[in-house]
Each structure stands twice: as structure tokens, then as C-alpha cells.
Write a protein that binds this ligand. Structure first.
Ligand code: MTE
Length: 315
């Protein structure tokens, strides 16, 4: 393990009195809104175990009433390469991930950077359930009742500056807990990113649960992104850092194979993956394949974000 000696610590890594004061003010504010939120019966200040029922979850907007994919499939057919590349690997091996204590670093162009215990990061916000379609780039899909917080509400608390044009998300890097990171299938840690308007869009969710319960490890505990109009690889799991950037972040799959996986990754039946068609998909649990919808069926809400862009070029 690399331990930093004082001489190795850059001055930029030392908290200035100003940042310290700002952070105290931020926490006071969070604590106040958090207390109000708790009285109103909202998010949690204590660590919760996998499978534990999440309290006071309110139904949120934008949900689909299509049939939900059974919990067994949602939790046993996964992509989480940190635990292996087979769909069944995450359910078998993700128990080695320790999700408490968990810290989220907020960095880059914002007024309130810092390291926040997950409970403080989430506390002031109300939990909502949103039943979303998730369409994987591999042409299968599921319908999942997520529990989470609109990402935009959360990000606003950190006050992104006008230089924040994008938001980058980073997964935990720890090959002992995530043995799949010992093999070079991807350039670890897994990274994803959104344009700031995509991150702030009311559909975008930071999920902490599904089916009313705390997220199972294989689904990205304790905190993952859910962007329902984009291919599933944008929905990064087990997030430890959120970074406001001016430049478009380099993302794991686009870095691994830029001709096959774009930064935007909007679900688009008109743009085939170079090795297979995206026109249809197999809903897990169904026999016949169904038509894939532009933006995964969320075009009414999000198509406007891309007006004027050639979506064949920005795939
Ligand atoms: N996040 C991390 N850190 N590592 C991964 O391998 N796989 C992505 C995404 N998030 C992945 C990840 C892909 S390809 C998909 S389709 C979704 O997670 C799958 O989410 P699920 O297993 O909860 O259905």
C-alpha cells in the first residue's frame, strides 16, 4: 500500500482554513435540512444492510407500469466486471465488497468539494421509487423499481460553478475487494461521465436500492447511477468519486473500444453496434424480442437535450 509521507503531500491536497469553514457551513446546512427531512420521513443517516427494507420511500415521477423483471433476474443476471465477466459472477462473488463505511469524494469545479460519509451525502434527500427500463448495449433489457434520489437535487448542494460542463463518476478501486480488477479487461477503476445538463435532468437517478430494499452488492451498492435513456454501461456502480469537469471525461468503455462505445451512448435503434443490430432487444424473462425505442422510450423527456446534434456521429 502506498502511504504518503508529509513531503509527498501536495499543498493542493491540504484543506485551507477557507475550505474548512465552507465545509463546516455546508455540514451545518446539510444537518439542518437533514433534520427537517428526517422529520418529514426521508433518507437515512445510518448504514443499512443489503436487503434491508428502506423506509419512507415515496413513488416518484416518470415510472413505467410495464411488468417488472423478477427480483431473481435483476440480482442474478448482472454486468459488474469488477467481479468477473460472466452474468452470473457478480451474484456469486460481490459479497467481498464492503459497503460500510463508504466515502464519496466531490471534486472539481464546485463550491463545496470534500469527502463525505455516504450518510451525510444522502441525508437531506427524500427517497423515491422509479420504475425504469434498463437497456443494455448487449441487446437485453429489464424493468427495475429503483429507489434513489434525483441526481440533480444532490449535485446542486455542491454548487457546481459555470466551469462545470461535465460530471465524471468513478467506481472504487480495490482489487482485494473487487478481484476482477486483477485482470486487465478494462482500465480500472471503471469511469463514466455525463454532460452537466444530462446529469441535472430530472430522470437521472442516484440509486441506493431496488424493490424497496438496500441495493444488493452485485447491483452496485451502496450507490450507483441510473440513466434510463442510455445504454446500461453509463449506469456506473459502487461510486466513490463525483468530479465536476470542464473537459469531456474519458470513460471506461469508450477508452477500451472507441469505435464500439461512445460517450453519449443514447439508446438508438437507428445506430447499430458494429458487431450487432440495436433494432431489437430481449426483455429478460420473455421469449420474443421486442422493438427497441429511441432513447429507450424516454424521447419525450430527453430528445431536446440533443437537438442539432448528429446522433450517428455522437453515438
Ligand atoms: N459499473 C461498474 N463499476 N462496472 C461494470 O462492469 N457494468 C455496466 C453498468 N455499470 C458495470 C457498471 C453495464 S455494461 C450494465 S448493462 C449495467 O451496469 C448493469 O447493471 P445491473 O447489473 O444492475 O443490471
Amino acid at each position: 500500500m502506498l502511504i504518503k509521507k508529509p513531503a509527498d503531500i501536495r499543498s493542493s491536497e491540504i484543506t485551507t482554513p477557507q475550505i474548512y469553514q465552507d465545509r463546516r457551513r455546508f455540514f451545518k446546512l446539510s444537518a439542518l435540512t437533514g433534520a427537517a427531512a428526517l422529520l418529514a420521513g426521508t433518507a437515512t443517516r445510518r448504514a443499512r444492510a443489503e436487503g434491508e427494507k428502506l423506509p419512507n420511500v415515496q413513488p416518484g415521477p416518470f415510472g413505467t407500469n410495464e411488468e417488472r423483471t423478477p427480483l431473481e433476474d435483476v440480482t442474478r443476471y448482472n454486468n459488474f466486471y469488477e467481479f468477473g465477466t460472466d452474468k452470473s459472477d457478480p451474484a456469486l462473488y460481490a459479497h467481498t465488497l464492503r459497503t460500510h463505511p463508504w466515502t464519496v469524494r466531490v471534486e472539481g469545479h464546485c463550491e463545496n468539494p470534500g469527502s463525505y460519509a455516504l450518510e451525510d451525502f444522502l441525508a437531506p434527500h427524500a427517497l423515491q421509487e422509479r420504475v425504469y427500463r434498463l437497456r443494455c448495449v448487449e441487446a437485453w433489457s429489464m424493468v427495475i423499481p429503483w429507489v434513489g434520489i434525483p441526481l440533480g437535487d444532490l449535485l446542486k448542494r455542491f454548487q457546481p460553478t459555470s466551469n462545470a460542463k461535465y460530471v465524471e463518476f468513478v467506481t472504487l478501486l480495490d482489487p482485494e475487494q473487487m478481484p476482477g480488477q486483477k485482470s486487465p479487461v478494462l482500465n480500472w477503476p471503471y469511469r463514466e461521465g455525463l454532460r452537466i445538463d444530462e446529469a441535472m435532468h430530472p430522470l437521472t437517478l442516484f440509486a441506493v436500492g431496488l424493490y424497496g430494499e438496500v441495493l444488493p452488492n452485485q447491483n452496485g451498492a451502496p450507490l450507483r447511477l441510473v440513466v434510463p435513456w442510455k445504454y446500461g454501461f453509463k449506469s456506473i456502480k459502487s461510486i466513490v468519486a463525483v468530479r465536476f469537469t470542464e473537459e469531456q471525461p474519458v470513460t471506461s468503455w469508450a477508452q477500451q473500444n472507441p469505435t464500439e462505445y461512445g460517450f453519449y451512448a443514447n439508446v438508438n435503434p437507428a445506430v447499430d453496434h458494429p458487431r450487432w443490430s440495436q433494432k431489437k432487444e430481449r426483455r429478460i424473462g420473455e421469449f420474443f424480442r421486442r422493438e427497441t425505442l429511441p432513447f429507450n422510450g424516454y424521447a419525450d423527456q430527453v430528445a431536446g437535450l440533443y437537438s442539432g446534434m448528429d446522433l450517428h456521429q455522437y453515438f
